[in-house]
Write a protein that binds this ligand. Structure first.
Ligand code: BEZ
Length: 257
């Protein structure tokens, strides 16, 4: 799932407590509809679970991810598949694939035109690009609570830095069309997501996905900040004895013209 950031990824925390990321992605594989013998790139493959699912359909799939840790775990779990460390903004392929698949990755890529261009170059003419990423408004309230707590404690720069790209449907499909893709399907939808840990759901989620906000903050201070964020969100994000995140997703299927 990582793409280009310097984020240090915890592949174990990802698999143990955030398996919903690739579980929801299984549905996206249906939209991809891989077939036997197709050559497919899984862009931002993380620990490789969806790469394996695509391979089970008989496709010849390559998983790439910018995180060494994720790729090591993917290779250990699926030794028969091909994995490679590569950045979404520097894809080393030219007309090599029939389809590019990407789940929960592209919102990490601030240089979005470069990523779209790399996908375009990687595809053969007529090739498919099937993606899901965070869309406009994604996890807004959680991110706002983090920013409020950071600001309250004097970490203004941490709070102000732009870290993710959550575009509207029109914005992202326009970028794709500008590069030469034909949009076949596009949707922006709400996906309320139940977090796994009923006690520390929000703090776990922040540690997994938002560690960049806290990179220069010592662990003993960080614990207090995370608890403060979680307490702030309790009235809106805790129900039915569980923590929930307000995911908003963008899902697109496009073809290289
Ligand atoms: C997401 O996958 O939706 C996400 C990742 C990082 C920060 C916020 C949301």
């Amino acid at each position: 799932m990582p793409a280009t950031t310097d984020t240090k990824w915890n592949a174990h925390l990802y698999d143990d407590k955030h398996a919903f990321v690739f579980k929801y992605g299984e549905d996206l594989v249906k939209l991809l509809a891989p077939s036997i013998g197709e050559e497919i790139l899984d862009l931002g493959c993380g620990t490789g679970h969806l790469t394996q699912l695509i391979a089970e359909a008989g496709a010849d799939v390559t998983g790439v991810d910018s995180s060494n840790e994720m790729i090591e775990k993917a290779r250990a779990a699926y030794p028969g598949l091909h994995f490679r460390v590569a950045s979404a903004t520097d894809l080393p392929y030219n007309q090599a694939f029939d389809a590019v698949f990407s789940n929960a990755v592209l919102h990490w890529v601030l240089d979005k035109e470069l990523a779209i261009d790399g996908v375009y170059r990687s595809l053969r003419p007529g090739g498919r690009f099937v993606l899901e990423m965070g869309g406009k408004g994604n996890n807004d309230q959680v991110l706002l609570a983090i920013r409020k707590v950071l600001t309250r404690h004097g970490y203004y720069t941490n709070a102000a830095t732009q870290r993710w790209y959550f575009p509207s449907l029109g914005e992202y499909t326009s970028l794709l069309e500008k590069r030469g893709f034909l949009i076949g399907y596009a949707s922006h939808y709400d996906r309320e997501t139940r977090l796994q840990d009923s006690e520390q759901g929000i703090t776990d989620w922040i540690r997994m996905f938002c560690s960049d906000f806290f990179s220069n903050i010592p662990e003993d201070i960080l614990n207090g900040l995370l608890e403060e964020v979680q307490d702030m969100l309790r009235p809106t994000h805790y129900r039915y004895q569980a923590w929930w995140a307000d995911y908003k997703r963008l899902r697109v299927a496009a073809t290289k013209q």
